[in-house]
Design a protein around this ligand. Structure first.
Ligand code: AN7
Length: 352
């Protein structure tokens, strides 16, 4: 039978009432792609079995859809008419899409000028009310937490426990795709820390083994690494430009219980891994998505992770088309030539 989304597929692991009307865009079932060229580059001759969980192939182009199908399904079940979130962009687009499908009003607060173009475009197209705030994601999150105590509006940030319920299905899929076994290392970017929390819940619940978790934060937005709130987070990876993660404590717990590591990587490291993904494996992601790989590469280089014979999964959280601006900025502009065969021959000569 064809795939009908994560709630339908993993219903027995999700605490929904029997009577819920499921709001789905058939999210999930994303590919787990073996990446041998990349493995050989970051760990030569180590026999590292490296896999990419390409979450950018979800219906709105990010991993957020797994949690959002659950949060919106439950919100509808509870009679909500309006939902709200603060967002660096992907949560906004996902909330907007599922709210549209459910016929709900959707408000999204985004940090002005700091949201990638594809995320803004999608949120607007889905008909969300996009409110730009003259402040950070963290300030926006404080605002939405406050408003839902005053108004009959449902919060769909990952503070909402249903977001984690849906999101944890990513772990189930990875185990299923690895023939019923968890990987040795599970690598991912960490921003507000919903995803790391949910994956750990998922692995524990599924009972197919437990990986060690490797979290990557951008050096300019690394509160969990430094143990300090970052009042003015900065990184090219705007998705994870977050200075005070809501699920900070749970992230530390996941790291502790899994024998994991959290580390900071520079924007240059993130862009280097972003480029390797696209150029060695044909997988185009938004910059934040490369942070898990950048962390793995760094930890192997530093000798903190022994790659020999290991299985590692890097979760690629968002599609490259989310942030076309950064991709264009990083590239040489295309060369223009006259529209004739001689010019093409001349081009080829020059490039020998
Ligand atoms: C591509 O959309 O916080 O640690 O508001 O978009 O669960 O926050 C996005 C986060 C990683 C970090 N990769 O996940 C938002 C938002 C991408 C992201 C993260 C985000 P969390």
């Amino acid at each position: 039978m064809s795939w009908q989304g994560i709630i339908h597929t993993y219903r027995q692991y999700l605490p929904f009432d029997e009577t819920v009307r499921v709001i789905t865009l058939n999210e999930g079932n994303t590919p787990l792609i073996r990446a041998d060229r990349l493995a050989e580059t970051i760990a030569p001759k180590a026999g590292l079995k490296l896999y990419l969980k390409y979450e950018g192939l979800n219906p709105t182009g990010s991993f957020k859809d797994r949690g959002m199908t659950a949060a919106i399904t439950q919100a509808v079940h509870e009679g909500a008419k309006t939902v709200i979130c603060a967002s660096t962009g992907n949560t906004a687009a996902s909330a907007a899409a599922y709210a549209a499908r459910a016929g709900l009003r959707c408000l999204v607060l985004v940090p002005e000028g700091k949201i990638a173009l594809g995320k803004l475009a999608a949120s607007l197209a889905y008909g969300a009310e996009v409110i730009s705030i003259n402040g950070s994601f963290d300030e926006g999150l404080d605002m939405v937490r406050d408003i839902v105590t005053r108004q009959p509006i449902v919060l769909v940030n990952s503070i909402n426990p249903w977001r984690l319920e849906g999101q944890k299905t990513g772990s189930f899929e990875i185990c299923d795709q690895l023939d019923g076994r968890a990987p040795d290392w599970h690598c991912l970017p960490v921003g507000n820390a919903g995803n790391i929390t949910a994956y750990w819940l998922g692995y524990q619940q599924y009972g197919k083994g437990l990986p060690r978790i490797l979290g990557g934060q951008a050096a300019g937005a690394a509160p969990i690494v430094t143990g300090q709130i970052v009042p003015k987070p900065e990184t090219i990876a705007t998705a994870i430009r977050i200075g005070n993660p809501a699920r900070w404590r749970q992230a530390l717990q996941a790291l502790d219980e899994s024998g994991g590591i959290i580390t900071a990587v520079t924007d240059a490291d993130i862009l280097a891994s972003w480029s390797l993904l696209a150029k060695l494996e044909g997988v185009f992601v938004e910059p934040a998505s490369a942070t898990g790989l950048a962390a793995l590469k760094q930890q192997i280089e530093q000798g903190a992770i022994d790659p020999v014979g290991k299985t590692a999964v890097c979760v690629l959280t968002g599609h490259g088309l989310k942030d076309p601006g950064t991709a264009v900025d990083q590239a040489q502009p295309p060369q223009t030539i006259p529209a004739n065969i001689d010019a093409l021959e001349a081009y080829l000569q020059q490039r020998v």
